[in-house]
Design a protein around this ligand. Structure first.
Ligand code: CAA
Length: 295
């Protein structure tokens, strides 16, 4: 009976401090929304101090725009910033109640971080990963608390996109899932639940579409602009697939395609053109060049 009560009454009141690992695009967005909507204290951890400075500057600039648009008061802005702190050491997460990891999409790096985190963060804390395709069960197995590990996949740009995919691993407890559902709600987001298979739901459907657009360029179906305009104006997509690929990062798109291919077969083989762009260091917006130029 206690278990079934927990199903309905999981709260996040005990969660006062949330750690976010990785101060890039995703980590910064997650940190902003945790402070802004969920009113949690947030510690952003990144080994690179420049990334932390960029993260604070980026969040401040978005909040400034909101104040200028009259969507937020100066006081609200300073309260959001007051709840945010930045650190270059994982050790500062010792007292965090919940941690969301948002580093580069690399299984080995993520597993190493979870192994280290498990020894630092208090035992009852939940450790979530923002992976977009790597097995949650595998990441959880790097810790001694797999029941407290879960996938929490945010969409880019985090402050704008309403959805979070929640992915329980094989060992994730129902309580961990319920608390994560509630934290997602506190952040003003809607969640879906996806099974722990490569790409979950969003990227299982989105990446083959983006990959096919790369293949369309490779085969000369149309120009980059024609392919994007066709999908944007013809199918009402907010962005064309190649603009979206540049926005997500071509390196990220390629690594997700590789995970899909490894688990699900050659139906998900990355387009040679996507591979060439990544080999050339053309990662899209983040490197100022991809299908389009952003200099
Ligand atoms: N951070 C915060 N706010 C942002 C933002 C950002 N990076 N980018 C845009 N916004 C805000 C703008 O300030 C604007 O706010 P107001 O309405 O208050 O003025 C609003 O979003 C709309 O922006 P714009 O008018 O500048 O431009 P737009 O209407 O073209 O919208 C967009 C921009 C929301 C990014 C839209 O183009 C879009 O929805 N694109 C598709 C995004 C998408 O598919 N994301 C998922 C990617 S897949 C993923 O993330 C998962 C993965 O694992 C790879």
């Amino acid at each position: 009976a206690f278990k079934s009560l927990q199903r309905y009454y999981s709260t996040t009141q005990h969660i006062q401090t949330v750690g976010v690992i990785g101060g890039g695009q995703m980590g910064s967005g997650i940190a902003q929304v945790l402070s802004q909507a969920a009113k949690k204290n947030v510690i952003v951890v990144d080994l690179n101090k420049q990334v932390l400075e960029k993260s604070l500057a980026g969040i401040t600039s978005i909040l400034d725009k909101n104040v200028a648009k009259g969507k937020m008061s100066d006081l609200e802005k300073s309260d959001i910033l007051k709840r945010l702190s930045f650190s270059d050491s994982l050790k500062s997460l010792a007292n965090a109640d919940f941690v969301i990891e948002a580093v580069i999409e690399n299984a080995e790096i993520k597993c190493n971080i979870f192994k280290e985190l498990d020894q630092i963060v208090k035992k009852e804390a939940i450790l979530a990963t923002n992976t977009s395709s790597i097995s949650i069960t595998k990441i959880a197995a790097a810790t001694k608390r797999p029941q407290n590990v879960i996938g929490m996949h945010f969409m880019n740009p985090v402050p704008v996109m309403k959805l979070v995919e929640i992915i329980p691993g094989i060992s994730t407890s129902e309580e961990t899932q319920n608390i994560t559902n509630q934290l997602t709600k506190d952040m003003g987001k809607v969640h879906t639940v996806a099974r722990d298979t490569a790409g979950f739901i969003a990227n299982r459907l989105l990446m083959p579409y983006i990959n096919e657009a790369c293949q369309a360029v490779y085969e000369g179906l149309g120009t980059i602009e024609d392919i994007d305009t066709t999908m944007k104006l013809g199918c009402n997509m907010p962005m064309g697939p190649l603009t979206l690929a540049d926005f997500i990062g071509l390196d990220t798109c390629l690594s997700i395609m590789k995970v899909l291919q490894a688990e699900l077969g050659d139906k998900y083989k990355p387009s040679p053109l996507l591979i060439r762009y990544v080999e050339a260091g053309k990662f899209g917006k983040k490197s100022n060049e991809g299908f389009y130029s952003y200099f």
